[in-house]
Design a binder for this molecule. Structure first.
Ligand SMILES: [Zn+2]
Length: 506
């Protein structure tokens, strides 16, 4: 049996979940559902990154311990996962004792091998925070919390010999041209490596919130190393009494936003090479959803609350809109107006209305039973075969937007087919009966196949479409293998109901 392992980054608990988290989680869920439809054994991992200075700082601000803070934030992230209807197989927390132990074993092994050594580290230190800051974290050169200029302080840290892996990384990139997708991100990562790699500090000596370095408990593991390792450590304990590493590693896809590319495309593969693990098959790097042309962030105060959108419009339209509006992999602008316009034209009109019309015509002309198409009648089998192949290929490359566009071309062609074949005219002609049955059957069949293909994007609405067309909507009915022409059963009873996507007043 083929296997598929997909991950989101683990989400950092210094802030509440926002639309960016929802975006990556839904993308991973689309892939997970698609691969389950293909009959593969799937493992879909998400979770939270809970250590490090910013998380500790957020806790201190609130007057609680970092663990208390993390426990509260995790509830919100788990809620987000549920609300976007994600089917993750496990939710990892980097404060899980099993993760902590596995991280310690991992870096102990690198230390024993000689890939980790002690060296003095110089950084920008805020004494009020008792923490180092990178220049990027400072606001106008000052501590974001205290508004004071940090001092340059030296401390002894453990360093990982990243530089030793430069050539090996370049060789790997050159022999795996699809390691990072899209191609622009591949080039970006490769050129970063080519410019030369320096060894990196992988521990902190200040009293930070993190995993103790096993051979020197005065230090904690740098939060990024701790976080990256989750992709492997989770497999060790996600399932009771079974180590899933042999089954699911290497991961097929790590999904992420572009801001964390360097960690995943350079440091992570080097750590894996050093410890003898295979590298993940692909990284997919997506862009940002922009609102008003700016990256959404709390500090800019233009956060679009995914919970609010889902409450108002439902989760399926939100999942659809995310990948329909903005080409997955690129930055793009989203807006409430854009959402409403696409919802009305594509979900309410193109799809929802087609389902209603088809069901209504079958109720009117054939006692609500899917008619038997006449032998040798015209159908869409070749078109559907091409469509099925194109959509599988698009999802293989995580091109979610092209996949949706292809399906939508088909949905539009079905709408055109209704207009051109005019069943209401055929119903009035005695000689039109066979042709009428053929048209009605083709509409049911076209919608059944559209529902199977759209299922990863809109899991609830597509099951509802199948139900209304008189079809089962269980996992076997949804299998991709059923996306071939001729599966609709004549004699099945269709069900009228309220509009699938009620039109929004704009
Ligand atoms: Zn400070």
């Amino acid at each position: 049996m083929n296997r598929f392992y997909v991950t989101t980054p683990i989400y950092y608990v210094n802030d509440v979940p926002h639309i960016g988290h929802a975006y990556t989680t839904i993308a991973a869920d689309v892939l997970a559902r698609h691969h389950r439809q293909l009959g593969e054994e799937v493992f879909f991992l998400t979770g939270t990154d809970e250590h490090g200075n910013p998380a500790a700082r957020a806790a201190r601000k609130r007057g609680i311990t970092p663990m208390e803070h993390a426990n509260e934030m995790v509830v919100k992230f788990k809620e987000l996962v549920k609300r976007v209807n994600a089917t993750n197989d496990f939710f990892i927390r980097t404060t899980d004792p099993e993760h902590i132990l596995a991280v310690q074993l991992f870096i102990q092994q690198l230390y024993d091998k000689g890939d980790i050594y002690l060296k003095s580290y110089s950084g920008l230190y805020c004494s009020s925070c008792e923490a180092f800051y990178s220049e990027k974290e400072l606001v106008a050169g000052k501590c974001p919390d205290h508004g004071t200029v940090p001092e340059t302080v030296e401390e002894e840290n453990y360093f990982f010999r990243l530089s030793a892996y430069q050539q090996q990384l370049l060789d790997y990139y050159d022999s795996h041209s699809d390691f990072v997708r899209p191609a622009t991100r591949f080039n970006e990562a490769r050129s970063f490596i080519e410019q030369g790699l320096e060894d990196i500090s992988i521990s902190r000596a200040t009293l930070e919130w993190g995993i103790p370095v096993p051979w020197d408990e005065s230090q904690v593991v740098y939060v990024w190393v701790d976080a990256l390792l989750n992709y492997i450590t989770a497999l060790r304990y996600a399932k009771k009494d079974e180590d899933l590493v042999p089954k699911f590693w290497p991961a097929d896809y790590h999904l992420m936003a572009k801001d964390i590319l360097k960690f995943h495309a350079v440091i992570w593969p080097a750590l894996l090479m050093a410890s003898g693990y295979e590298l993940p098959r692909h990284l997919f790097v997506h862009g940002y959803l922009l609102l008003g042309g700016q990256k959404m962030s709390k500090t800019r105060g233009n956060v679009l609350d995914p919970f609010e959108i889902i409450n108002r419009y439902g989760v399926d339209p939100f999942r659809f809109y995310c990948f329909r509006e903005v080409a997955f992999g690129q930055d793009g602008v989203i807006s409430v107006e854009g959402f409403e316009s696409r919802y009305n034209s594509e979900l309410a009109n193109d799809l929802g209305n087609l389902v209603s019309r088809t069901v209504a015509m079958i109720a009117k002309y054939n006692q609500a039973l899917v008619p038997q198409p006449p032998a040798g009648s015209e159908d869409f089998s070749e078109e559907v075969q091409r469509l099925a192949a194109d959509t599988v290929k698009a999802l293989e490359e995580v091109d979610l937007t092209t996949c949706l566009e292809r399906i939508w071309q088909f949905v539009r062609s079905l709408n055109k087919y209704v207009e051109e074949s005019a069943p209401w005219k055929l119903a009035k002609e005695d000689a039109g009966r066979n042709q009428l049955n053929n048209v009605l059957y083709n509409l049911v069949e076209g919608l059944r196949i559209s529902a199977i293909l759209l299922h990863p994007f809109m899991p609830t609405a597509t099951c509802e479409i199948l139900r209304r067309l008189g079809h089962a909507s269980d996992i076997s009915a949804l299998a991709r293998a059923n996306a071939v022409w001729g599966g609709a059963k004549a004699g099945a009873r269709v069900e009228s109901d309220v509009p699938l996507f009620p039109k929004l007043a704009t």
